[in-house]
Design a protein around this ligand. Structure first.
Ligand code: HEM
Length: 546
């Protein structure tokens, strides 16, 4: 999950929504000229405080740097740093930085220094998990537990997890969501997708409709996800699904406020406008009775285990006790959020590429292959090589220019001899690796690179030329960083791809999906180089009859 990327994406939205809503009205009723004066005073005070804070972040905290330290890239504006350049054309920006400073360089975004590593240096960061801490920066940008504590802590406190204890949510995924285990979700992926298509895409046979895919996709994915992670009752409840979408949006927005503003300012805004108390109440109200009922059954006998039931029964807490239903459910919103914010943009990318491939033979070939499957399940669809090649290519090509923030826990020396000071944030440059033939090695180049389009172009057939399993959409490596690397690699990837491929296969077989206008494909949106999203234009869905 690439959390830092939500930062810029949400910030404009937040500032707009905060100013649109009644923040000032709430504190400053507008009735007289005295009130207007008071408003001015408060606004000026806020501006001075915020301005001083920004100045402090950009100047006072600067310090002397040793010669061996990774060097800063030239250019950039005060406070904004390289925001404009990295948002305008992130790939050109990375190339310029590499040309100027080599494989590691320092950039500045919104008053924050970021150390960027490229190519062969990336695995070093993923490998040394003690030196490069992955969780801390993610918790800062997506402060899920902090939000749970802030908005719901007066009603329920999650279990204490020490730094050396197993993380219940991650441990559950690592042990119960392996490639050969995710078949337990198959029936629910199928049923959830069916209900979702009926609920969100109403197109009769031979009818054509413009569908706002980027608006409805978070709901569609949240629904199928709820089926699997929280159970059928949750998955069929529109309130539950809407609460998950709303929880996700609010936490992303709170993450921006939390990262940009001091806590004394962020907390009242978040409590006033982005509180997730109602959503967390609803999750508890709906799920606790189900989990209590499960506790009375034989736990080995659960017909359709969920993420929550695995946290409840899978393994004890650090003190040896089993979790209560509330303690198990506490881990659900964060995991569901991680799943929704990664799967939704991936499915949207697939739909846009398919829409713009609608006149190429690829779609018909894919339909012909899928049409020959003897059974229509996530497993059989998952084994289709053409669809797998499409998925790996989407995740290879659509990855953002910069991703995966890690906190450097002590002064660190990279293998090129350069150093990164302890306490800094280091990020990786995955798109650069994915498009550099040096990362693929000689064998891969001989095996498939010479048969496909150049690496900086999209080619859905690219990975069907591979003879072994090393280049499947779930197989990680330095040439495919979409799911991270080593022990920190995404433990939800087998489940995610099973689900995404099934949803995509259903859509491809049921609909002709085309762009609204036949002009040039609109560009993907890029924010700060750390987030890449498919265009938000709607697409045309035509119900197929054969
Ligand atoms: C296409 C979909 C997905 C993508 C592209 C993706 C990507 C990633 C990446 C890149 C990481 C490593 C962190 C980093 O390098 O910044 C990660 C970690 C993680 N992902 Fe995913 N992910 C996806 C789906 C999911 C799903 C569906 C779940 C849950 C069911 C999930 C749960 C997690 C968790 C818990 C971690 C943290 C692992 C740890 O800390 O060791 N992901 N994901």
């Amino acid at each position: 999950m690439d959390a830092v990327s939500t930062l810029w994406y949400q910030s404009t939205d937040i500032l707009q929504s905060v100013s649109r809503t009644s923040l000032l009205q709430h504190y400053l009723p507008a009735s007289s000229s005295t009130t207007i004066d008071k408003r001015r005073i408060v606004l000026s005070t806020l501006s001075v405080v915020f301005g001083s804070y920004v100045l402090w972040r950009t100047t006072v905290r600067q310090k002397r740097r040793p010669n061996s330290e990774v060097k800063a890239v030239s250019g950039g504006l005060p406070f904004l740093g390289h925001v404009l350049e990295s948002s305008h054309d992130s790939l050109a920006f990375i190339n310029r930085c590499k040309a100027e400073q080599g494989p590691a360089f320092r950039i500045r975004l919104l008053g924050q220094d970021l150390y960027v590593v490229t190519g062969r240096l990336i695995p070093e960061v993923y490998h040394n998990i003690r030196l490069y801490n992955f969780h801390e920066p993610h918790h800062e940008v997506l402060p899920i537990h902090w939000m749970q504590e802030l908005c719901h802590g007066h009603k329920f406190k999650g279990e204490h997890i020490g730094p050396h204890d197993r993380q219940p949510a991650i441990y559950t995924l690592q042990h119960y969501f392996k490639a050969n285990q995710v078949t337990i979700f198959s029936k629910r992926i199928q049923d959830g997708t069916k209900i979702t298509l009926e609920r969100y895409i109403h197109v009769s046979p031979n009818e054509k409709k413009v569908i706002p895919v980027s608006d409805i996709m978070p709901f569609m994915i949240s629904q199928v996800m709820s089926f699997c992670l929280a159970g059928r009752k949750a998955g069929t409840s529109p309130e539950f699904v809407d609460a998950l979408v709303s929880f996700t949006k609010k936490v992303c927005r709170a993450g921006v406020l939390h990262a940009l503003f001091p806590e004394w300012l962020a907390v009242p805004i978040i409590k006033g406008f982005f509180s997730v108390e109602q959503e967390l109440d609803l999750f508890m109200e709906m799920l606790v009775p189900e989990m209590e009922a499960l506790l009375n059954e034989n736990k080995d006998d659960i017909e359709e285990p969920t993420f929550i039931s695995k946290v409840l029964f899978g393994f004890p807490k650090a003190n040896g006790e089993m979790r209560t239903p509330e303690e198990a459910i506490y881990h659900y919103p964060g995991m569901a959020l991680a799943a929704v914010v990664t799967v939704t943009p991936t499915v949207l990318f697939v739909l846009y590429e398919l829409a713009y491939l609608s006149t190429s033979p690829f779609i018909e070939e894919l339909r012909a292959e899928l049409g020959q499957l003897e059974e229509w399940t996530p497993e059989s669809i998952g084994r289709n090589k053409l669809l797998d090649s499409l998925m790996r290519e989407i995740l290879r090509y659509k990855v953002s220019a910069m991703a995966s923030p890690h906190r450097v826990m002590a002064d660190a020396t990279l293998s090129n001899g350069q150093t990164i000071p302890g306490g800094s944030i280091v990020i990786t440059a995955p798109y650069d690796s994915h498009t550099d033939s040096n990362t693929y090695g000689v064998e891969a180049a001989a095996m498939f690179l010479d048969k496909s389009l150049p690496l900086d172009q999209f080619d859905p057939y690219r990975f069907i030329y591979v003879g072994d399993d090393s280049k499947k959409s779930t197989s990680i490596g330095p040439d495919y960083l979409a799911f991270g690397l080593f022990s920190r690699a995404c433990p939800g990837r087998f489940f995610a791809l099973n689900m995404i491929k099934y949803i995509v296969a259903e859509l491809v077989m049921k609909y002709n999906i085309t762009p609204v206008s036949t002009g040039k494909r609109p560009k993907d949106s890029e924010y700060l180089g750390t987030l890449r999203l498919a265009p938000s234009d709607p697409l045309v869905f035509e119900r197929r009859t054969n």
